[in-house]
Ligand binder design. Structure first.
Ligand code: GLP
Length: 232
């Protein structure tokens, strides 16, 4: 893994943006995208850039179950607001949280097989989750329905009026699906991510810490601010 530590999230996000630009310059056509607060600065930099994404395809990691595309809490809505409305892509693929589980997950795997991900952007949960793959998820998992941990519900409730409104289930790319990306960029900011980052980078490779599987991938760049790096 390549480790990059920047002074703050802004500089770290700028570095991530440069990596995406470089990959596009070398022919990358498919970006795997993440939600959450971590990539928000990156998406702002992408929005403000003069880069044309109209030849690019995007595929998102995950989506809450039971929320329609136009729900203000859906990851569809988040992605449109943060990036797609300002920067049109050729095609944006996101899981449909209202669709039938079996059909939707199988179809999503077909989409990824037909559009192999060149660069996958990842955040990390405080418990080491990637996408919505909570600790204990099998390393050979593909896109599936997942149950969210209470700690994930608690972290994400800030986006909802009430904790009760946070969906308990989601559809998420599996660990194996994520590993199929040619290049992975993991970003983490803030001291609350420091222990998950330490375990992911320096701990044993274990399903109990999903992000530790990234140690097995041949092209991972980890971009941290100083706070997220403070335990390394
Ligand atoms: C969420 C998302 C993940 C994200 C993570 C961290 O639950 N499903 O894709 O990486 O948790 O979120 P944040 O960036 O807000 O800390």
């Amino acid at each position: 893994m390549k480790l990059i530590i920047k002074a703050n999230p802004e500089e770290a996000s700028r570095y991530a943006f440069e990596k995406i630009q470089e990959a596009m310059g070398s022919g990358a056509k498919v970006l795997g995208l993440a939600t959450g607060s971590t990539p928000v600065k990156l998406y702002r930099i992408m929005r403000e850039s003069d880069i044309d994404f109209s030849g690019m395809t995007s595929i998102n990691l995950d989506e809450y179950m039971g929320l329609s595309e136009d729900s203000p809490h859906s990851y569809h809505h988040f992605m449109h607001e943060q990036l797609f409305d300002a920067k049109p892509f050729k095609k944006n693929y996101l899981l449909d949280g209202m669709a039938d589980e079996k059909e939707e997950c199988a179809q999503f795997e077909e989409i990824i097989a037909a559009n192999p991900i060149d660069v996958q952007i990842l955040g990390i949960g405080t418990n080491g989750h990637i996408g919505f793959n909570e600790p204990g998820t099998a390393f050979d998992s593909r896109t599936q329905k997942v149950a969210l941990w209470q700690s994930t519900i608690d972290s994400n409730k800030r986006y909802f009026a009430d904790e009760k409104d946070v969906p308990r289930f989601a559809y998420s790319m599996g660990i194996q699906t994520i590993l199929s990306a040619k290049k992975i960029i993991l970003m983490a900011f803030g001291k609350e991510k420091a222990s998950a980052i330490k375990a992911a980078l320096e701990g044993p490779i274990t399903e109990e810490l999903p992000a530790s599987v990234l140690q097995t991938h041949k092209d991972v760049t980890v971009i941290l601010d100083e706070e997220a790096a403070q335990m390394l």
